[in-house]
Every structure is written in structure tokens, then in C-alpha cells.
Write a protein that binds this ligand. Sequence first.
Ligand SMILES: Cc1cc2nc3c(=O)[nH]c(=O)nc-3n(C[C@H](O)[C@H](O)[C@H](O)COP(=O)(O)OP(=O)(O)OC[C@H]3O[C@@H](n4cnc5c(N)ncnc54)[C@H](O)[C@@H]3O)c2cc1C
Length: 349
Amino acid sequence: MATAIGQSEWEVAVPEKPLKDKLYFENLKAKVIDTNLCSRCLTCAAICPGGITVVGNKVDFPDYEDKCLDCGACVRVCPRFVYEPKSGLGDYIDFIAGRSKRFAGQDGAMVTELLVSAIEMGMIDRGLFVGRDEKWAPEMFHVREPEQLAITTLGGTKYTFADVLPALREAVRFTERGVGIVGTPCIVSGVRKLQQEYPIFRERVKLVVGLFCTENFHYGDIRNFLEEKGVDFSKLIKTNIIKGKFIATMSDGEKVKFKIKEVDEIVASGCNVCTDFTAVESDASIGSVGSEKGFSTVVVREDPAKKVIDFIKEEGYADFSEAKPEELDYLINLKKGREKNISSDATSS
Ligand SMILES: Cc1cc2nc3c(=O)[nH]c(=O)nc-3n(C[C@H](O)[C@H](O)[C@H](O)COP(=O)(O)OP(=O)(O)OC[C@H]3O[C@@H](n4cnc5c(N)ncnc54)[C@H](O)[C@@H]3O)c2cc1C
């Protein structure tokens, strides 16, 4: 227990330090970062009052010897400090395919539809989107008005890590009604840890949408790889992974395709120990596998997401059809198989 003197309401439970004489950041580094368990979700950076950030492809804290406050916030929220790997399809209320009538997106634009509908219902006053610049570097956007979706790069999948959780720190400060957030399974786990540990996230994050995910890439790595494959970023309009192939589509219709196996070498190390394909901890998980082309598969898990889907149905904002849970089995099992890459040290405190 770390207790601020004379202020018992500040008393918080902080995990034991495996390295007793070291700072909490040094413990995080030894247990998660240096062992390549780190998913680069940046939950630690979202809460660190000192200076955890990303240097190159790694989470780091320059000058931590001088600047780490040794408060333990990073290890309290890191989903992998004591790793409890999640997997499977998870619990759900409904399993459907949807296609927005209002927005264009990667698949059926149901992620965009959920967040915008949640704003229109008054559930949230901002949704965090991952946009991109002309070289496909990810950029965070706080969408407050549906009109902002005129920025056409806000929808669609960017196969690269984005700073979603540092943006959430700002969003919870400024929101009046609540925040909606979208992220890969590791980001969803980070949000849940923040909510478990800090009331402000519990009270203000009202909708958590998870994306199905097999793997992700550091921006510089995937950009270099695609350039070597001949992708012209000034013309690139969509990236997609379908049936074992990476497909980059240009504005003139040209497609650069290659087997996803070819990118194995640049898959981020933290993905090799991730077992969660469907983001089981989300309010709703959305992906492309499981429904026909042009639709998004929507796994409705919790009440907030159900309320938004009911609103979308009432307003007639989307077409719905059947989705097939069994079509997710292959990727769910593929990721569950990564359990073997997790050492027993990672799961013990
Ligand atoms: C790294 C990654 C890997 C994926 N792997 C699979 C897979 O193997 N199988 C599968 O079925 N689906 C996968 N998906 C999900 C799929 O690509 C679509 O995002 C999903 O079907 C939603 O489509 P949509 O048309 O409903 O979303 P849209 O309405 O187009 O909205 C897309 C949303 O995704 C957000 N987003 C985009 N890139 C990122 C990112 N890097 N990090 C966080 N948020 C982001 C945007 O902010 C936007 O809100 C993956 C997504 C990502 C980001």
C-alpha cells in the first residue's frame, strides 16, 4: 500500500515490486518492456505524471532516474504487468452484421455509426478516432460533431499503433457527458484497467468499442515495408487484410498485394503474446470476418452498446443481417495458440 501521509482517501493498492530496490518504472521495464511482453497500448503513458513515452518502437522513460516519481501508477494500470490473457468469443447479447447507411468505412462503417449515434443520443460528447496524415502516420481526433466525419480519413483501418490512450487522458478532462473510444483488444484492456483503478475513467468513459485484431505494426516498420513493395503513399486510399493477403489499394484502382506471412518479421513483439482476437472486454466488438462483404460484424456485449444499436435500429441508420460466429473460430484459435509464447513469469505477481 502506498499511502500519502495524513490522507487516507489517497490510499491505493500498488502491486508488489518484484525488484524491491528499484523504481516502479524500472520494474515495468524489467517485467514488461525488456521481455517484449509490452503491447504498446500506452496505458502507462496515459497515467504517468512523469514522462513515459515512446522512443523508437519502444515504450520508454528518458531520464527516469531523475524524473520517475515512483508512484506506481504505471504498474497499477499496465494490463501485462501481471498478465491475465483473455481469449475466445466472450459473452455477448447479440451477434449481428451491420452496414451504415450514412457513413463509409473499412467494412460496414458500424464503428463510425456507433460512435456518431452515441453522440446524437447524448450518451457521449466526443468519440476518439484514429485518423491519418498523407503518409498514413496515425493522428488522434476528438470527434464532437457528426460533420467532422467529412474528414474522410477518420474511418478505415490503419495497421499501425496509435496513441489512443494518451488522447483518452485529455478527453476525460474535457468531456461533459462522456467519451466513446475505439481500439484494438490491447487498448480495450488498457481502458478497463484505467477504469478499475481511477474513478474519472470509470465515470466518464461511456462506450468502449473493440476491433477484432490479429496483429499490428509500428508505423515506421510498415511504412518502409509498403514502400519497398512499391506502394505510393500519395495515392494510397485503403489497406486491408483479407484471407491471408495484405492489400493496398491506390486511388487509380491499382492494388499491391502480398501474403500476410511476408510481414511476420515486422509484427510487433507484443502481438506475439496476445491471445485476444475479439476484444472480449469491450462493450461491443467489431470486425470484418463473420459477415458478408460490405458489412461489419458486431458483437454486442454490454448494455451501453445495446442501447446504441437499438437507437440505430429505431432511426433506420443501418441495414442489419445475420453474422456467423463460427467464421471467427480460425482466428480465435490462432490467437489462443499464442498462449505458448507467454512465459509463466509474465502471469505471476
Ligand atoms: C490493427 C488492426 C487489425 C485488425 N485485424 C482484423 C482482423 O484480423 N480481422 C477482422 O475481421 N478485423 C480486423 N480489424 C478490424 C477491421 O479492420 C475494421 O476496423 C472493422 O471491421 C471495423 O470496420 P468498420 O467499417 O465498422 O469501421 P469504420 O467505421 O471504418 O471505423 C474504423 C474505426 O477504427 C479506428 N481505427 C483505425 N485504425 C486504428 C488503429 N490502428 N487503432 C485503433 N483504432 C483504429 C478508427 O478510429 C475508426 O473509428 C483490425 C483492425 C485493426 C486496427
